[in-house]
Structures are given as C-alpha cells and as structure tokens.
Design a protein around this ligand. Structure first.
Ligand SMILES: [Zn+2]
Length: 444
C-alpha cells in the first residue's frame, strides 16, 4: 500500500479554502496554486483559526498513526505537493483505463447490455475536518437491458458526532431533509452496512474476488469515498477493494462505445456531465424514501438522485442500442409514453438512408448547448431539429412540484478570508453550509 502523505494544519486549511472557492466558481488547477492563493490569509489568520486547523491536523495524524515529520512553518513542501498531484493524475489515468477496458470489452460482444452498473450517492449533515458526517446512503443497480433492478438504501444515525459541529449538523439536516441524529436510537452499525454493501455489490457474480466499480457524480466522489473509508476503518477492512469512479466518464465512454452513427453519443466528455446535471427527471414524484417524501424533500433523497442518474443514462443509451424504454424500469413509471413512441417512429424514419445525411449535419453539440440553461425542457441527446416543434413541446418534462427555494440561483459572494469572518469559527459555527444558508435566508 502506498504511504499516506503527511498533512499539517496549512494543508487542511488549503483543502477548506479550495472547497470554499469552488463553491463560488473559482477552481485551482493544482494544490500548488491553492497554496499560493491561501498562503496570505493563512499567515494573517488569528490564533483561533490556526489552532482549529492544527487540531484537525493533529486529530488526523493520530487517526492515521503517522509519526511526526518536519514541515516548513508556512506549509507543505513543494515536493510533497507535486508528489500528491502526481498520485492524483496517475489515479485518474488508471480510472479512465479501467472504465475503458470494462466498457470496450463488453461492448465488443454485446454483453454490455446485461452488465450491471452500480451507482452510489450519500447525503451528509456536514463536513467536520476532512470527515463527512453521513446521514443517508444509496447504492443502485441497473443495466441497459432491464433498467433499474434494485437499490440498497440506508438512513444513517451517525455513530460519531464531532464536537463543535452541532449547528452545522442542524443546518445540514434542514438543507438535505435528513432527520437529526438521535441519541435515543441505536447508532448505525457501519460494520454491518459495509457487509451489506459488499453483498449487494457481489450479487451479479458472487464468486469473483474483486468488487465492481461504483459510480457517482464528481461532486460526490469525496463524500462517498470517505463514507467507505469510515466503514472500512470500523471493520478493519482494506478500502482499496472499492473503486469509486466518475459517472460522467462512464456515461461518455459507454454511449460512444455502443453508438453506431456519428451523430450519436457525446463529442466531448463534459457534455456527459452537462446531461447529468440537466437532471431532466428532477421532479419525478414518488421516487424518494419515506423520510424525504414526508419532509417534502424528495429531490434531495439519495434514492431519487441515483434513480435520476440511471434514467438519464438509460434514456440516452437505450435508443442507441435499440432497447425499448419501459416505464418504471428505464424511465419513470408515469412518463409520457406517447411522446416516446412518436419519437421512436421519428427515429426509425431518420435511421433510413435517405435522411442519414440530413441527420449528420445536425450535431448533438450545437442543438443542445443552445438550449442548455435556458429551459428545463426535455432535451434528449438524440433529439434534433428534424423533430417538429409540437413533439418537442410534448416531450417537455413539466416539474410536478416546484422547489420552494431555487438553490441553484443563490449565488454566494466570495468568502473574504479576513479576520472579521473568523470569530464565528471559534464558536463552532460552520463555514460552508451555514454561509449559504444565511445567504438564502437573506434572499427570501
Ligand atoms: Zn431519502
């Protein structure tokens, strides 16, 4: 196993800084850039802030049982940063290759249609240091032929509540529709949940030693990984048996491997993520768990989210390989089938040689990018301008229940990391969630 990197207070401050900046749309190419940007505010940081991150570093170090190592007083050495970046790049490259191998091999003989794909999503109350306080988890299994097969869902009563995060937890529970951790109820047994996850992942092929990869959207890679790590450390299991991969990479690789025409699939990987983020099935009613349905927070439910990801992929991929979309399996149960049949007729005509040329001229990229962000209507990846406008109208997926607050519109101002902002921290108040919650309240 590779040696775990040594992390000091500045390192955790950088991670926090990077997350905060990401929320306001500032992304750094690498940790060295983060170090440069975060350095000044770190050196100005008041003692409560420094001691907070020193405490995190100390806690993490104890957790990992790593001996003391020297660091410059002002941060991680550049060599260390470069080494970590290389590790990350190598891991990403390995992931891409792994997904490619899986998809290409199975597409070659057509068995990809029957290959079970596992999606995972978690909800967390808050992030305490580097650890996520998880409140709900779902793993979903689907394949192209049968659509969604089953799910493994857990509402989690966190076994460990970090001190000083009570208000963050409350805010997180409101934002994600989670019930508050309950002292009077038994805590979730992470060893048992881990065992259930392994059983669930092994069901297609119980005899193989390796587990199939688990896919999630890029934003959820870190919390999903952390949840698995927490369970593995409770159970003294090796977490390296789990592969947590990016769903958009799979979607892109998959659709391009099974497509038979040049106008199908995605010309760029970013379009696969854009398609997932459009979340066309967002307001599908009744696909959340009981807790989320009762709290009127169905769209935040991990069951609902993983189902919506599966529907998005199935809706794009099944027509490409000629699998009929079956409501309740490939698309939501109450979906407007009339439109889909009309659409299929249209597609059959389009597939004929006489119109093939016309289709080739209308690329997916140009038709969808224009619509993106301007409407919530159903922009199927294969839909192009040969369809008449009435059909387009009919396929519009109307929100059945609009959200009370449009979270996507509450853009947060850049967190100015001045000393004025910091007293909150020493009082145990959250940074991320609390900030956005305050902003939302102001907007009301
Ligand atoms: Zn739920």
């Amino acid at each position: 196993m590779p040696k775990k990197p040594i992390r000091n207070a500045f390192y955790y401050y950088m991670l926090d800084f990077k997350e905060e900046q990401k929320k306001i749309g500032i992304n750094y190419a690498n940790l060295a850039d983060v170090a440069t940007a975060a350095g000044p505010s770190w050196s100005r940081a008041p003692p409560p802030v420094r001691s907070k991150f020193e405490a995190i570093a100390k806690q993490e170090k104890q957790k990992k049982n790593v001996p003391d190592l020297k660091f410059t007083s002002n941060g991680v050495s550049l060599a260390e940063i470069e080494r970590q970046e290389k590790e990350l790049r190598d891991a990403e490259e390995a992931e891409r290759k792994d997904i490619n191998n899986l998809v290409k091999l199975k597409s070659f003989n057509g068995s990809i249609k029957y290959e079970d794909i596992y999606l995972m999503d978690v909800n967390f109350y808050c992030k305490a240091g580097t650890e996520y306080v998880i409140g709900e988890s779902t793993i979903l299994r689907f394949n192209l032929q049968d659509g969604i097969k089953d799910i493994y869902h857990e509402l989690i009563n966190p076994p460990h509540i970090p001190i000083g995060y009570a208000s963050d937890i409350k805010i997180g529970s409101q934002e994600y529709g989670l019930e508050m951790p309950d002292d009077t109820q038994s805590r979730s047994n992470f060893m048992q949940i881990l065992a259930n996850c392994v059983d669930y992942l092994k069901q297609q092929d119980p005899n193989v030693n390796s587990l199939p990869p688990i896919f999630t959207i890029p934003d959820k890679i870190a919390p999903v990984q952390d949840f698995i790590l927490q369970m593995c450390s409770k159970a003294a299991e090796d977490d390296s048996i789990f592969r947590i991969y990016k769903l958009d990479t799979l979607f892109f690789t998959l659709i391009n491997a099974i497509k038979s025409r040049s106008d199908e699939g995605f010309p760029k990987e970013s379009l696969a993520l854009a398609q997932l983020k459009k979340d066309l099935f967002k307001y599908t009613p009744g696909i959340g768990c009981e807790t989320h349905e009762n709290a009127d927070k169905s769209i935040e439910c991990t069951i609902s989210r993983t189902k919506r990801w599966a529907y998005t992929i199935l809706d794009s991929c099944c027509p490409v390989v000629g699998i009929e979309l079956e409501p309740g399996k490939h698309i939501p149960v109450d979906y407007d089938m009339d439109s889909i049949h009309t659409y299929k007729e249209q597609k059959r005509v389009r597939a004929g040689p006489s119109v093939a040329n016309a289709i080739a001229t209308t690329s997916y990229a140009s038709s969808s990018v224009h619509n993106e962000g301007t409407s919530d209507s159903f922009n199927c990846s294969n839909l192009n301008s040969t369809l008449d406008s009435s059909l387009r109208e009919k396929r519009t997926h109307q929100p059945l229940r609009l959200p009370k607050i449009d979270y996507s519109q509450s853009i947060r101002p850049a967190p100015e990391l001045t000393e004025d902002n910091f007293p909150k921290l020493s009082a145990g108040r959250g940074r991320g969630l609390r900030g956005s919650f305050d902003n939302m309240r102001k907007k009301k």
